[in-house]
Each structure stands twice: as C-alpha cells, then as structure tokens.
Ligand binder design. Structure first.
Ligand SMILES: Nc1nc2c(ncn2[C@@H]2O[C@H](COP(=O)(O)OP(=O)(O)OP(=O)(O)O)[C@@H](O)[C@H]2O)c(=O)[nH]1
Length: 299
C-alpha cells in the first residue's frame, strides 16, 4: 500500500491555512509553516512530498523560498505549487520560471487545488519510480554501476570528513566463461542472480552496499570498516557462495562455483583520489586470481 503523502502548506494567513488543511487532510498529512525560513527549514528536515507556497510572506517572499529550495540538493526535487493572490500573468511566469510546477490563484476553488495536488503527486511518484529503476541492475535487481558511482562518492566524502576507514571489495566469479559454455547463458544468468542475493544477504549493516559492477563482477562498499573487518566480511561471502554448492564442471576449477575477491581500505586524506582505492581493490582481485582463485586478497 502506498504511504500517505505529506504536504507542507506555507501561508501566514490562518484562514487560508485552515481551508487548505481541512480540504486536504482526508487524503494527506499536512504540516504548516507561517513564514519563508520556517518553510525552508521544514522542507530540509522533513522532506515533504509537495509544497503549497504563498508568495506574500512576512520575512522572505515565496519566490525567494522557491529559489532557496531549488538551489539545495535536499529540497530541489520537491514539487512547489504557488498559491497566491497575485493574479498577474507575469507573476505566474515568475513562479513557473523559478521551478514551480503549478500556480493557483486566490481565491481558489478547493476541488481544483485537490486535483492539481493529486496530479503532481502522481507525477512525482512515477518520476521517483523511474529514478529508482535507473539505479537498479535489470538482471539481479541489486544496484547497478551508476548507483555504485553515486554511493561511492558519498561514502568517500563521509569517510574523509569523519576520518573513518572506507573499504572496497571487488568480487569476480571464477571461470564464469566456462560456466556459461557448459550450462548455457540462461543458467549463467540464474547463477548471477543467486550470487547477487547471497552477497546482499551476507551484508548486515545498514550502510553496507553492493552493486553489480559489470558482467560477473560485483563491488561492495563497507563504510567505517577497517581492513581486518573487511577481510572477515569478504571471507564470509566467499565461503557463503562456495557453500551454495552450485555445480561447476570445469576440470581445473573446483567442483562448485567459487569467487575471488580483492579488498582495499583507506582513511581518505585531502588530495587522495577515490579511484586509487578501486584500482587497489582491482589489483588485489587480480592477485587473488593469479594465486589460484577461490580466495580473498588484500594489499
Ligand atoms: N550469463 C551471463 N554471462 C555473463 C553476463 N555478463 C558477463 N557474462 C560472461 O561472463 C564471462 C566472463 O568471462 P572472463 O572475463 O573470461 O572470466 P572468467 O571465465 O570468469 O575467468 P576468471 O575470472 O579468470 O576466473 C564471459 O563469458 C561473459 O560472457 C551476463 O549477464 N549473463
């Protein structure tokens, strides 16, 4: 079931607030702000799904609030509908140019406001759904490489700011070409799904993150995890996959499907490049492969 949407009503006139709140509260949760700064703080802290914004406010006007909202990452995507007594076309144009999605003139007809709110919320819901899908790998339903890039940069900044360790593990299935050759591509796809699920299930901390990096390669981000803990996690995953006993018949490999993992850790300093951490993990993966596969390797 879809969660109830939360609407922030921004107006300094209590009678307007009352009409809007009463008209919308059957379908939505309503929060109220009586001036521009309160509205901006509220939007940042509580992330409403939509904002109904008056233009004439006692401190900064609604246009300035809209500019502020659109200039901040945390609030940029929250749709804004102006609700205002300014009925000039130029005012409406100003509002829409600033990034508002709609403009309602006072005195307003409540059923029209409701219809406009409902349309915008539906559009937002669909846009979010698409954005989420664009970050998922189609085969395994775990995050894709694009999502990883975003998450990795965030984690890097966090680790640098807090001076905490950040670890990367790159996992590659051993002899996967042969697996496809023997069992067929469809079975290969199923195997990738099983491995992706096993890795996801093995990661227990809320900040742990895994993505499909490409082909038969997966990448894991462990924030606030030092090298020892990261090796433990990598080994738990490696053994977990081995214990799935997915049959593999390539003569020089084990009887069961195995993986190799390269691990690297850093406490990022100013001037360090996050790509170096990835490169290091990749080198260590290569090392794990050349040492005979089915193992984890660290620098
Ligand atoms: N079924 C399936 N196979 C894929 C997919 N993506 C990549 N592969 C296959 O994964 C195989 C990777 O082969 P290689 O890079 O030679 O590596 P490998 O055979 O695992 O050998 P090592 O990594 O050295 O142990 C290739 O045959 C790809 O076609 C996919 O989405 N589905």
């Amino acid at each position: 079931m879809q969660q109830r949407s939360n609407i922030l009503v921004v107006d300094d006139e209590p009678s307007n607030v009352q009409i809007l709140a009463e008209g919308l509260s059957d379908d939505y949760d309503i929060t109220v702000a009586k001036n521009g700064l309160e509205a901006f703080n509220n939007a940042q802290n509580f992330q409403p799904d939509l904002i109904l914004l008056d233009v004439g406010l006692p401190d900064v006007d609604g246009y300035e609030v809209c500019k502020l909202l659109k200039n901040h990452d945390a609030t940029r995507d929250i749709p804004v509908i102006f609700v205002t007594a300014r009925d000039d076309d130029d005012d409406e144009l100003t509002g829409l140019t600033l990034g508002a999605v709609d403009y309602v003139r006072k005195p307003f007809c409540m059923s029209l406001v409701k219809a406009r709110v409902s349309n915008q919320l539906e559009l937002r819901h669909k846009t979010q759904l698409l954005a989420d899908l664009a970050m998922l790998d189609g085969l395994t339903a775990i995050p894709n490489r694009r999502h990883f890039e975003v998450e990795f940069e965030k984690s890097w900044r966090f680790a640098q700011r807090k001076q905490r360790p950040l670890s990367i593990a790159i996992l590659d299935i051993d002899y996967f070409k042969q697996y496809n050759d023997i069992f067929g591509h469809l079975q290969g796809d199923k195997c990738l799904q099983t491995v992706a699920k096993k890795i996801s299930d093995s990661l227990v901390r809320p900040m742990d993150f895994v993505a499909r990096y490409g082909g038969e390669e997966f990448v894991i981000i462990l924030l606030d995890s030092d090298l020892d803990s990261t090796i433990k996690v990598a080994e738990k995953i490696r053994k977990g996959i081995e214990s799935l006993c997915l049959k593999h018949e390539y003569p020089t490999s084990n009887s069961w499907l195995t993986v190799s993992i390269g691990v690297a850790t850093i406490v990022p300093q100013q001037g360090d490049n996050h790509k170096e951490l990835l490169l290091q993990a990749d080198k260590n993966l290569y090392h794990a492969k050349s040492m005979g596969r089915n193992r984890s390797a660290q620098a």
